[in-house]
Design a binder for this molecule. Sequence first.
Ligand SMILES: [Fe+2]
Length: 270
Amino acid sequence: MSPKKNLLTTKEMAQFANQGFLRFDELIPRDLCDRLSKDIDSGKIDGRAPAGTPFNEVWQGQPIREVFDHPRVCGIIESLVGPNPRYDHHYPHITQKGGKHQFIHADAEFDPRVGAFDIQFSFFPQDVTPDMGGTLFVPGSHFHRVHESQVGIYQNIVGMQQFSGKAGTILVWHTNLWHSGRRNDSDNTRYMFKLRLNPMVKQQLLWNTDDLHDADSLSPLKGHQPWHGQQHRVFLMNVARFWQYLSNDPSFDPEFWWSRIENEPKATAT
Ligand SMILES: [Fe+2]
């Protein structure tokens, strides 16, 4: 069990619910990053376990385990998917100079879940400059189930973010977020370590809820993205539905959207 100080706050969870990802800069010490870059480069990080293995049994004794045993990373995992999650898969992405764009896509068009969700980590063990073409994300896209060919035609979407940053930075994202790896225009090889985890418990109130009732904690739930246009209303309804699940509060409906459309009176006028 992680101490409260390492868990996400309610405000961070609200940011995750709304944008579909969180970013933690320079979280992992650089000396560990340097060791891992060498391991990735030499193909030492394999150790792929069968999907469904308890995550705490994966990579025992390997340096990559140190990243996911970092106290803050443990707190992030516990806040989002609970204790003892299930390993799904990992992959060390290596993109050489001139490596091509992936098209923008969502990984799991077929995932029908409304509340429960998997998470993916993108861990960057080296500095990533803009010309190295780091991972691209489209904030607020995690409620839009799309076939990848529907969005793969777009190279630029208003509000998208392309990662660049310092070694040791971690992104954690809802697996339905639209994303892609970008072309590497630099002379350096780019590394990105991906890990997907599945929850084994209800993902409700797993974070540090001390600030649950603070006035500002839920303010991130109101945000929407410029590419949503008039669909921002549908987006906000989806955020509200997601927060109902996360907070285990079916009455949460700040804009009255769900209360309005679920109003089908049974009473007969007298
Ligand atoms: Fe993908």
